[in-house]
Design a protein around this ligand. Structure first.
Ligand SMILES: [Zn+2]
Length: 152
């Protein structure tokens, strides 16, 4: 298991972006707060509360200080030491956190918009929620913005 995270309920957009980068990130906004400590011990907790007593949870954690998701993402990148080489962009479902896999184009006709089916050859599907992905579907901003995380 590589780097993985569990994000507090106020950090939904940050959780989505960590999934876009390819990191296993639990985000369950309806989870009772007490369950936060029950995640796998290697999960890094992302919290806005300070301090979490590490000895009481057994987890590493990052206290997020910014109110803006992009600054929050930079905080995580710096605190944990994420490098450009360690990310796997667009390998994980942003909705349910499952690792997505290849899908045969032939089986997807009618399941994606016709113009998408006609103009794309590579599709992937989430085994968890069945969401279908194709290049460009994930992301309004693309690799340039992701690369900018690692410029500083
Ligand atoms: Zn999914």
């Amino acid at each position: 298991m590589g780097l993985c995270f569990a994000a507090e309920k106020t950090l939904g957009k940050l959780a989505k972006w960590l999934r876009i980068l390819g990191f296993d990130t639990l985000y369950e906004p309806d989870l009772p707060e007490g369950l936060f400590k029950d995640f796998e011990p290697e999960r890094i907790l992302l919290t806005r509360r300070h301090p979490i007593r590490q000895e009481s949870t057994g987890h590493s954690h990052v206290v997020i200080r910014s109110d803006h998701y992009w600054e929050q993402l930079l905080e995580v990148v710096r605190a944990v030491g994420i490098t450009a080489e360690s990310i796997r962009p667009f390998s994980r479902c942003i909705r349910c956190n499952s690792a997505i896999g290849p899908a045969a184009k032939a089986g997807l006709q009618g399941k994606v918009p016709d113009y998408i089916w006609e103009t794309h050859d590579v599709f992937r599907v989430c085994p968890g929620c069945r969401r279908i992905y194709w290049p460009g579907s994930h992301m309004e901003h693309g690799m340039g913005r992701i690369r900018s995380l690692f410029d500083g």
